[in-house]
Structures are given as structure tokens and as C-alpha cells.
Design a protein around this ligand. Structure first.
Ligand SMILES: Nc1ncnc2c1ncn2[C@@H]1O[C@H](COP(=O)(O)OP(=O)(O)OP(=O)(O)O)[C@@H](O)[C@H]1O
Ligand SMILES: [Mg+2]
Length: 206
């Protein structure tokens, strides 16, 4: 099984939308190991990916009520997160797995997402904004992943083009710029698939 891990420089930057595009382009299945917080309809990232990709989504290992860091959401819900349940699921075909928040977000008080990624040993895509502050956030994230020996496919940007920031992150971080997903005014499965095809090379993710 081939798996691609999607992480990001922060929460709410577009990891799920990018994951949906990638899941669709690869004909993959999607997995969010820990979902902390859902919307008014009880929907989390998996439901968004199902809607925007039309691909199968696997049930999360943990679905927690409170919209905060998983380690704290689990404590509030009275749930103990067992890392044995966070093994990558076996599926036919490729798998796209999305972490919560950024790379140093605690899964538990003893386990950070970056450590879980290192344990999985599968290549990671870092999703980053293009706006002000992204050079610092991106380079910090790259350093944290590299220091743990996490293999990186590169950076996928989300937002308006900021050529110098994108090139600077790739050069100083020593990573590939995989492409940039523009903000789509009308976000549907169709517009997203078209935007991914126009701005990324799917072979970079295989
Ligand atoms: N390319 C895009 N075009 C239009 N809207 C987008 C795009 N990317 C993200 N958004 C919107 O921005 C918001 C945050 O995106 P998303 O849920 O993908 O972030 P996230 O990084 O996965 O957040 P979390 O840390 O909660 O998992 C959502 O409302 C989403 O619809
Ligand atoms: Mg998400």
C-alpha cells in the first residue's frame, strides 16, 4: 500500500481541501486518524473529503467532541488515545492521511504528530499558506520534520501567488515546491479537481 501524509503549517489553512484534491487525483482512500471537533451537523474533515473527492473515506480512529488539540480534546471527552490504534490502515490502492493542525500538535501528552509521522515512515506533504508569515512557519515545520527523519515530498501552497515566498521556502528549506492551489470562490468537486490538475503534477505524489 502506498500512503501520502498531509500535514500543514497551522490549523485551518486548507489541508482538508488539498487532501480532497489529492485523494481524487490519486484515486485514493482518505483517513483522518484523529478528528477533534465537528460542525453543527456532526461533520468533520472526512465528510468534506467524501463530498469534494467522491472517494472512500475510512472511519477515524478517534472522533472527539471538543475543537482543540487532540491531546486536550481526548482528556475533556475522557478518552485515552492508544497509539496502537493509530497504525496506518491497510487498504487496496493509495491512502491519503491527514494530521490535525500542524506538525508539533500533540496527539497525546507523550506523542506529537511529527513523531507519529516518523513512526509511519511515509512521505509527507506540507501544506502552507502563501500569505505573510508563511516563510517562518514553513521553515520551522520543515526543520521539525527533517530533525525527526520524516521523508518529505515537498510543499503544497494554498492561496494567491506570492512567488518570492514560495521560491524562498523551497530554496532555504531544501524542499520541492509541489504547486499552489488557488482559493476557489466556488469550491466543488469539479472546480477542485480542475484546479489540482492545472497546478500540480500527480506523478509527484505517487
Ligand atoms: N483552495 C481553497 N479554495 C476555497 N476555500 C478553501 C480552499 N482551501 C481551504 N478553503 C476553506 O478554508 C477553510 C479551512 O480549510 P480546511 O478545512 O481545508 O483547513 P485545514 O487545514 O484542514 O483545517 P484543520 O486544521 O481544522 O484540519 C474551509 O472553510 C475551506 O473550505
Ligand atoms: Mg482539516
Amino acid at each position: 500500500m502506498s500512503a501520502v501524509i498531509v500535514t500543514g503549517t497551522d490549523t485551518e489553512i486548507g489541508k482538508t481541501v488539498f487532501s480532497a484534491a489529492l485523494t481524487g487525483a490519486l484515486g485514493a482512500s482518505y483517513w483522518k486518524p484523529v478528528q477533534a471537533g465537528t460542525d453543527d451537523e456532526g461533520h468533520g474533515d472526512a465528510e468534506t473529503v467524501a463530498r469534494l473527492s467522491g472517494r472512500p473515506v475510512l472511519p477515524s480512529a478517534y472522533r472527539l467532541k471538543t475543537p482543540c488539540s487532540p491531546h486536550r480534546a481526548a482528556e475533556i471527552d475522557g478518552v485515552e488515545i492508544d497509539r496502537d490504534r493509530l497504525a496506518l490502515p491497510q487498504v487496496d490502492g493509495p491512502l491519503v492521511a491527514e494530521g490535525a493542525g500542524g506538525v508539533l500538535v500533540p496527539v497525546t501528552r507523550r506523542l506529537l504528530f511529527a513523531d507519529l509521522f516518523a513512526h509511519w515512515g511515509r512521505p509527507v506533504v506540507l501544506v502552507a499558506r502563501t500569505g505573510l508569515g508563511t516563510i517562518n512557519h514553513s521553515l520551522l515545520s520543515i526543520e521539525a520534520l527533517r530533525s525527526r527523519g520524516v521523508p518529505m515530498l515537498g510543499v503544497a501552497f494554498v492561496g494567491d501567488a506570492v512567488e518570492d515566498s514560495e521560491a524562498t521556502i523551497a530554496a532555504i528549506g531544501g524542499v520541492k515546491r509541489l504547486g499552489r492551489l488557488p482559493r476557489l470562490a466556488d469550491l466543488t468537486a469539479k472546480t477542485l479537481a480542475e484546479a489540482f490538475a492545472a497546478n500540480f503534477a500527480v506523478e509527484d505524489f505517487r
